[in-house]
Design a protein around this ligand. Sequence first.
Ligand SMILES: [Zn+2]
Length: 616
Amino acid sequence: MPTLDTFRPEPGNLPARDDIPARYTWDLSAICPDWNAWQEHYAALDAAITAFVKFQGTLASGADAMLTAFTAMDEMGALSYRVWYYASLHYDEDQRNNEINARRQQVQILFARQQQASSWFNPELLAIPLNTIRGWMEQSAALAVYRFAIESLFHEQEHVLDEKGERLLSYSGRFNSVPYDSYSALTTADMKFPEITLSTGERVTLTYGQYRALLETNRRQEDRAAAYRAFHQAYADSQNTYASLYNGVLQRDWFHARARGYASTLDAALHGNNIPTSVVENLISVAKQSVEPLRRYHRLRRRVLGLERYRLFDIFVPLVEHAATYPYDDVGSWITDSVGPLGREYQARVQEAFAGRWIDVFENAGKRSGAYSAPVYGSHPYMLLNYNETLDAVFTLAHEMGHSMHTLLSHQAQPFVYAGYTIFVAEVPSTLNEALFLDYMLDRAGSREQRAVLLQHAIDSIASTFYTQVMFADFELQAHRLVEQDKPVTADVLNGIYARLLGDYYGDVIDEEPVSRLTWARIPHFFSTPYYVYQYATCFASTARLMQDIRSTDRGRSGDAVERYLSLLKAGGSDYPMNLLARAGVDLSQPDTVRAVADELGMLVGKLENELITPP
Ligand SMILES: [Zn+2]
């Protein structure tokens, strides 16, 4: 009900937190009623950590002793969620608050102690033969709850070395981060950001933020070209240094893989989640065969933008100018309605998130930037936004709501030990909520402009989250294989791989631009977290596959799909991601699953062509 306290932010005017009506702020009392209660929880956690030491040396004495230790560990874990999030969410409300920052740091210190106090647990458990523990689990149903946790610990153990070997490897920990730390210093602290003069005569310093904003908003191709070339030239000028640092990353990964007895760096990266390498290989090869809808989109862009030459700096600028705003008071009911296909119960939970003040909506002075969903075990998830009424902001809200519902269902259905979930499945519910929201908005869009804006948003997100991430995974795999095959890694070699990839994906629909081959040097993920980004692409494929069934007009088929999907959310982290997805009907080793994304893109591009080039 829009009442007197309806609030909309004024552009350029950052409010103080106290000026924002309470109903647009989150209510953290579900975590702790107040700071006194927090202090009590903190003391309880402190005591639990101290007490945990007494379980050391007991695990081998039988099922009951092991269960007691596991239970104590879970209680400690559950408590640490409350203690951490109450302080950390309050801190994010206004990061200038030193008093709360101090409490937050106090928790971090406690966590370090918790880690030390429980570091004996895994080695002691792993010293017991797995068959003995299996026997205990046969007898004790309560211990059998921990079966997957125990079995996966032994699975990880397959590549753990003896004590001497582990000690030697731990010494290398000190320089593992040197390539990325150097990269980081080179691209931030030591970076000389180029300056350019725009066609208007304005001088601009190209920080990364400025550069992105220019490519996304500047309607003059010559300005975009100047920004792109200057920005990439800064990397070109140090390309041999970047290549040498990246070689450091590749050599380190190969060193660790070989030291632990893996056949390849990819095997080493996928072993923890028990994902077969064929998943990544299938993803790359099918995506490469399915580039036609991507190329069709770029042909459409070239035509609509009226560009004779169309290059990588032309791919971000919007096709239609449409300055719609989306007041927060309107979008809550839209998002709630959009999840209708997932059933009444799911919908009621989304409604509760809006009504129960789980969301901190607007920006205020000192508030943390960005958006997230915080999985607070023992209460309910909380969402932080910096809602600014743009279409991006609405989709971000739909996205975070997907994470929150995943958390809620998993926390309700699973015991503590499996309440969390891995990144490999985490981006399925968030992107699936976005897909549902897109369908809902497209159905209701009143004009061609509105539909075109929505379609472009969805298409760009497939292009950047699926195709670009697969191309990145492809690059990482090819680069790692160089060192695995004792081949040299130089700037020329890396530029060559990247240039070929651009050809594989875009063919001749994007005109060549010499500095584009240096793109690899400006992707921080390559240097910080190798073999990570492909997971966004597999999540996209899983979502596209699920949506094919959920959208089906055959009620039996869509009903089944919704059931399977909700079971996936409720399953949390209770099994390996491939098994969880398989039960939901998604097989990522199958070409069809990956092709679902291309089909979806083809459908969306077809609709966009209708809006933009077919006469009304
Ligand atoms: Zn996300």
